[in-house]
Design a protein around this ligand. Structure first.
Ligand code: ATP
Ligand code: MG
Length: 381
C-alpha cells in the first residue's frame, strides 16, 4: 500500500478515530495493532502490555491466524528484544532481527520475522506497552525492503495516541469496577436493612403460629395470614432493593403512615410492647424520608433482637425545617465503643452512612444495663 500525502493523512486519521471509539482495553489494543499493521504495510504487528512479573498482562497480534496463534503456545516472556524495548524505552529498527545479538530464537510454529520495528508506548515516564511490526511488505518479490525512518516516525505518532487510548480505557474500566463495588455495597446494606428484618419477623410469626395451632386454631390462622403478608412484603423489599426503588409504601402513604403500620406489625409479632408517635411532622425530601425509615427499621430490629427489651418506643418529631427520629428501648444496652466497624455487624455502620448520606446526624446513647436510644436528625429542605 502506498499513500500520497493526503490519503496518508486520511489513513492515519481514521486509525486514530478507530482507537478512540473503543472503551474496553482489549478492543483498543486490537484496533491499535490492526491500524499499525495496515498503515505501515507490514505482515505482522503485535502489542504487549507488561505485567509486574516479567510477563505480559496482554499480548495482541495482527496478521497471525487463530490456529497459528494457538500453535505458538503461551505468551512470550519479557526477554530479548521485547524486554529491551520495555526497559530501555527506545525504538528498535532492525534490518534482520535474527542477526541481533539479543535474538534468542522463535518458539515452535512462530512465523519467521526478518525486518523489525519496535517502539515503547509511554504514559509520561511509565512504559505501558510495546508496539512492534515485522516483515514490511515489499513491492519487489525478492527479499525485504525494511522499515524506513518515515515508518518509525509514523509509528511513534501512533504510539502516542495508543498511550492516550490505553490510559482512557484503563480509567474507564477502573471506574466501572468502582461502580460495581459501590453497587454491591449498596445492595448489601439494602438487603440487610430491609429484607433481613422482614424475614426475622416472619420467622417469629411462623413460630407463634406453630405454637398456637393445637390450642387456638383461630389465632393460629391469624398468625398465618400475618406470615403471608410479611412474606409478600419481604419479596417486595427484595425487588425494590435489586432495582433500587424506594419502598413503595413511602410514596403511597408517606413516612408517618408507613412507620405506624410497620410498628403495629412488629408490636403484634414480638412480645415487647412497641409504640409509635409522630408529632407535628411535616413531609421531608424523599431521600431523607427514606433514610429515616431505614434507620428506624434497623434500630427497631436491633432493639427487638439484641436488647431483651420490654418496651421499644419510636417517635418522629419536627425540629426546625427538619425532623428527629428517636428509637428507644429499656433493654440490656451495650457499649457502642466495643462494636468493631469491621466484620459482620453492618447495622450501626449502615445507620451512620444513611444519616450522613442525607446531611443528617446519628447519635447512639447506650450503656450496659441502661437501655439504648438511637437518635437521628435530618435537616429537611
Ligand atoms: N438496642 C440494642 N440493645 C442491645 N444491644 C445492641 C442494640 N443495638 C445494637 N446492639 C449491639 O451492637 C451490636 C452491633 O449492632 P449492629 O446492628 O451493627 O450489628 P448486628 O445487629 O449484630 O448485625 P446486623 O445488623 O449486621 O445484622 C449488636 O450485635 C449488639 O450486640
Ligand atoms: Mg443490627
Amino acid at each position: 500500500m502506498s499513500h500520497g500525502p493526503r490519503s496518508g493523512l486520511a489513513a492515519v486519521s481514521s486509525a486514530l478515530l478507530a482507537m478512540s471509539r473503543h472503551l474496553e482495553t482489549r478492543d483498543v489494543l486490537k484496533t491499535i495493532v490492526a491500524s499499525a499493521r495496515e498503515l505501515l504495510d507490514a505482515q505482522y504487528a503485535a502489542l504487549g502490555v507488561p505485567d509486574d512479573h516479567g510477563g505480559f498482562a496482554q499480548f495482541v497480534v495482527d496478521g497471525v491466524s487463530d490456529a497459528q496463534w494457538k500453535a505458538i503456545g503461551p505468551l512470550p516472556r519479557q526477554h530479548g528484544i521485547l524486554a529491551a524495548m520495555l526497559h530501555e524505552a527506545r525504538p528498535e529498527r532492525l534490518a534482520d532481527v535474527r542477526k541481533d545479538p539479543r535474538f534468542e530464537g522463535w518458539p515452535h510454529a512462530h512465523p519467521d520475522l526478518v525486518d523489525f520495528l519496535g517502539l515503547p508506548i509511554r504514559d509520561g515516564d511509565e512504559i505501558i506497552g510495546a508496539l512492534f511490526l515485522a516483515n514490511k511488505n515489499c513491492p519487489k518479490p525478492e527479499g525485504s525492503c525494511g522499515f524506513t525512518q518515515e515508518d518509525e516516525e509514523l509509528l511513534a505518532l501512533l504510539a502516542q495516541h495508543a498511550a492516550i487510548a490505553l490510559t482512557n480505557a484503563r480509567l474507564y474500566e477502573r471506574s466501572r469496577e468502582l461502580t460495581i463495588a459501590e453497587e454491591r455495597s449498596r445492595l448489601a446494606h439494602e438487603l440487610h436493612d430491609a429484607v433481613s428484618q422482614k424475614l426475622f419477623s416472619l420467622r417469629l410469626t411462623a413460630q407463634a403460629a406453630a405454637a398456637l395451632v393445637d390450642r387456638d386454631p383461630a389465632r393460629a390462622k391469624g398468625e398465618l395470614h400475618q406470615v403471608a403478608a410479611l412474606a409478600a412484603e419481604a419479596a417486595e423489599e427484595l425487588r425494590a432493593a435489586v432495582v433500587e426503588l424506594r419502598p413503595a409504601a413511602l410514596d403511597e402513604d408517606g413516612l408517618i403512615a408507613t412507620l405506624r403500620t410497620q410498628i403495629q406489625v412488629l408490636d403484634r409479632a414480638h412480645t415487647a410492647r412497641v409504640t409509635f408517635t409522630g408529632a407535628g411532622y411535616r413531609a421531608l425530601p424523599a431521600a431523607q424520608e427514606e433514610a429515616v425509615l431505614r434507620v428506624a427499621q434497623e434500630a427497631l430490629h436491633n432493639a427487638l433482637r439484641h436488647a431483651h427489651a420490654e418496651r421499644v418506643d419510636v417517635s418522629v418529631e419536627r425540629r426546625g425545617t427538619g425532623a428527629v427520629l428517636r428509637v428507644s428501648d429499656d433493654g440490656d444496652g451495650f457499649d457502642p465503643a466495643s462494636v468493631g466497624r469491621a466484620g459482620r455487624h453492618l447495622g450501626l455502620v449502615s445507620m451512620r452512612d444513611r444519616a450522613s448520606g442525607v446531611g443528617g446526624t446519628l447519635t447512639v446513647e447506650a450503656a450496659p444495663g441502661k437501655g439504648t436510644t438511637i437518635e437521628m436528625e435530618v435537616p429537611g429542605g
